[in-house]
Design a protein. Structure first.
Length: 370
């Protein structure tokens, strides 16, 4: 599970770096029509670049490479958890396990080559090397005879990983008199050995900004505000070593305490059920309450039994799991700025906040004509 969360964070990390804030701009300054007709465009890309130039559009260099440092912290919601030990039967823990906290932190270096395919469409690739740490706080809960749920035991786990991810994206843009809009979209695949399938993520990140020119030609500064929306594959399954799921020190003691609490809860629920009259046992509300408590207690007992067996040979024990997951916050706000030294070199920084996700990007870009 931790490796999945690491893969998710790496995916999020890579997708955060998107469109370098250069764009095709239409200026309404008066330009001699004859000089426009005589204007030559010396590059192959973008397609229709010469036609756009002759119509008065200012084009950035058609190719670029950028290198970016990225940091991000994000929260997740995890549901529909099923767990098995040493390839044994899967146990549904959706009612019994609660994730009190699931936070991942990641930092990495992102390499992004891009080209302007058309004057208003930028396409790019994404390559990243990253380090990520994931912290999970979870607890086992059981109901009593009054259907009041209480915590039986809890555990925390933190893991660190290295990973590499690849992806691609495209950005439709438009600019008029230095006011511009960019609608960035990208896809990413992250492959982690503990997962049966790569993690797929999709990001949509609209930005709206304004570029302010300096007196020196081609030198400017851009500022922008926008949003960041993340979507990724919701179902995940995989296998991990037991030692990667929970700290082994003190685990057996927690399992033994859990068994005692499960027996206590079972006794309380059975005593309540046996105290009901035959008519009360036919009440749908009482039946639902009894069945829910029975499911939760049985699942907890199966979980503890599996853990008890796995701890007897913890060095080789494995845990299989399936779960559904989604971001705690689908959207967050981003603000940023870019300083363009000339048409070749530019540096940028962007911060994301609000919601349950925080991120920061700093990078340098070099552009050239193709």
């Amino acid at each position: 599970m931790l490796k999945f969360l690491a893969a998710f964070m790496i995916s999020l990390l890579v997708c955060t770096q998107s469109f370098g804030q250069v764009y095709t701009n239409k200026s309404f300054d008066k330009i001699d029509p004859d000089s426009l007709k005589a204007r030559e465009y010396p590059y192959v890309l973008p397609i229709w670049g010469e036609k756009a130039a002759k119509k008065g559009f200012e084009l950035p260099y058609s190719a670029g490479i950028s290198l970016n440092y990225i940091w991000q912290e994000s929260g997740l919601v995890i549901e529909n958890l099923q767990v098995g030990f040493n390839n044994g039967p899967m146990i549904n823990l959706d009612e019994s396990i609660r994730f009190d906290n699931a936070v991942s932190e990641a930092s990495g270096v992102n390499f992004r080559p891009d080209i302007w395919l058309f004057p208003f469409l930028n396409v790019y690739g994404l390559f990243v090397k990253a380090k990520t740490s994931t912290t999970i706080d979870a607890s086992l809960w059981l109901p009593d005879a009054e259907n009041n749920w209480s915590e039986v035991t809890s555990f925390s786990s933190k893991a660190e990983f290295d990973a590499t991810s690849v992806g691609f994206g495209l950005t439709p843009t438009m600019g008029v008199s230095g006011i511009w809009m960019a609608l960035d979209m990208n896809c990413l695949w992250t492959d982690v050995s503990a997962l049966n399938e790569p993690v797929f993520t999709f990001v949509f990140a609209p930005r709206f900004g304004k570029t302010f020119n300096f007196k020196k030609p081609n030198r400017n500064i851009a500022v922008w505000v926008g949003g960041f929306r993340l979507k990724f594959s919701s179902n995940t399954e995989g296998s991990l070593n037991l030692s990667e799921v929970l700290p082994l020190e003190g685990a057996q003691e927690k399992v033994d305490q859990g068994f005692a609490r499960v027996e206590e809860a079972w006794t309380e629920v059975q005593s309540w059920w046996n105290s009901l009259t035959p008519d009360e046992r036919l009440d749908p509300a009482n039946i639902a309450r009894y069945n829910a408590a029975t499911r939760a207690i049985t699942a907890a007992d199966e979980l503890l039994t599996g853990m008890d067996g796995a701890l007897s040979n913890a060095e080789t024990a494995t845990v299989q799991y399936t779960l559904d997951k989604y971001p705690a916050s689908m959207w967050n706000l981003v603000v940023g700025s870019q300083f363009q030294l000339n048409k070749n070199w530019m540096v940028r920084a962007e911060a994301g906040f609000l919601g349950d996700r925080t991120q920061f990007i700093a990078g340098i870009q070099y552009r050239f004509g193709l």
